[in-house]
Design a protein around this ligand. Structure first.
Ligand code: PLP
Length: 374
């Protein structure tokens, strides 16, 4: 869809990357690290300074006391963190429970481990059906992937829902593998790492990273917090997959994590609320049906009232004729028909670009998109 957006001069609200700058302090710290000759491999499991900053973060935000030497690993993004984790814990033939709609990588990640993904619906506006989830667990269930706040649904799991998941993990001796990459992009509700629930620390692998929090998707820095024994296995896979994340960028991130205080995170969340408020009313006024996301920076919108076309045909039409690129909903479901009436918009863009997208959705002109996208 990004290619199609470029071809048609459409505003790219498809791929989830910000078009605004990263914090100045962070960029300066990375430049300084390069100037100071942090040019060689960092230690495989991550630069000490960054692991220490990550430990301080988990302590300050969630009251988790971590050993930076034994329980924290730095990877090339949450993407590598997820694949390294699943390869470390899942054997061929095992089952991994995945909520749907899901972030596209989880299916292939599971298949790379020769495991079987087992899908359980988690609709944006409805509570998690814990009975249905319980029925999805079997003797072969090795893990459940818990993505909150969620891409693409914007769903934030409540404490009660997380407690339900935790109980099932304990009952079936399964791992909770979380993807908390949007932990700081909260529009409403509370972010609760499932690792902080009673009895879960020892069976949770908590994945997050810097891509979204600091608007640096291209830096490729992710984090894995896990009990020491399984950390060893994850580090082995990580070593053979990528050796390590970029050394100077790890140093820069460590400096920024320590320097940026609560006000940075509060402002970032407020900025995302404002961006959502710019786009969501235009989406609904244009005839889509969409719920306000609780977290992350996506809006999953139903276009049934606008068109009978399938999602791919509709997304192509929208990019070509209205100049707004989205992702066809079927990308987020195990069976394409489940997403046939949906497209996903992102709002991790500047106000100007979102205003232009809103005008286009409401039938206005198409001027200036190239310029605004930079
Ligand atoms: N997890 C989710 C749920 C995402 O939406 C994304 C990116 O869109 C990622 C992981 C990728 O994170 P990273 O850039 O750290 O690999």
């Amino acid at each position: 869809m990004s290619r199609l957006a470029a071809e048609h001069g459409a505003i790219n609200l498809a791929q989830g990357f910000p078009n605004f700058p990263a914090p100045e302090l962070l960029k300066e710290a990375a430049c300084k690290a390069i100037r100071d000759d942090f040019n060689q491999y960092a230690i495989t499991w991550g630069a000490r300074r960054l692991r220490e900053a990550v430990a301080r973060k988990y302590d300050a935000w969630y009251g988790m006391t971590l050993d930076p030497d034994g329980e924290i690993t730095i990877t090339c993004g949450a993407t590598e963190a997820m694949v390294a984790t699943l390869m470390a814990i899942v054997n061929p033939g095992d089952e991994v429970i995945v909520f749907e709609p899901f972030y596209e990588n989880y299916g292939p990640d599971t298949i790379l481990c020769e495991a079987k993904p087992v899908f359980v619906p988690l609709a944006p506006g409805a509570p998690l059906d814990l009975d249905r989830l319980a029925a999805a667990f079997s003797a072969r269930t090795r893990a459940i992937i818990v993505n909150t706040p969620s891409n693409p649904s914007g769903r934030v799991l409540t404490r009660a829902e997380l407690e339900g998941i935790a109980l099932l993990c304990q009952r079936h001796d399964a791992w909770a593998v979380t993807d908390e990459i949007y932990e700081h992009i909260r529009l409403s509700g509370e972010h609760i790492p499932i690792a902080t629930l009673p009895g879960m620390r020892e069976r949770t692998i908590t994945i997050s990273g810097a891509s979204k929090t600091f608007s640096i998707t291209g830096w490729r820095i992710g984090t894995v917090v896990a009990p020491a024994g399984i950390t060893e296995a994850i580090r082995k896979v990580h070593d053979f997959l990528t050796v390590g994340a970029p050394a100077p960028l790890q140093e820069g991130l460590a400096v920024a994590m320590d320097a940026l205080g609560q006000e940075y995170y509060a402002k970032m969340a407020a900025d995302y609320r404002r961006r959502c408020d710019l786009l969501l009313p235009a989406i609904t006024a244009a005839g889509f049906t969409a719920l306000a996301p609780q977290g992350a920076y996506y809006i999953l919108a139903d276009f049934s009232a606008l068109s009978d076309q399938d999602d791919t045909t509709f997304a192509h039409w929208l990019a070509r004729e209205r100049g707004v690129a989205t992702v066809p909903g079927s990308s987020f479901f195990s069976r394409p028909e489940l997403g046939r009436h949906l497209v996903r918009f992102v709002f991790c863009k500047t106000d100007e670009l979102l205003q232009e997208a809103a005008a286009r959705l409401l039938g206005g002109g198409r001027g200036g998109a190239k310029e605004l996208q930079r």
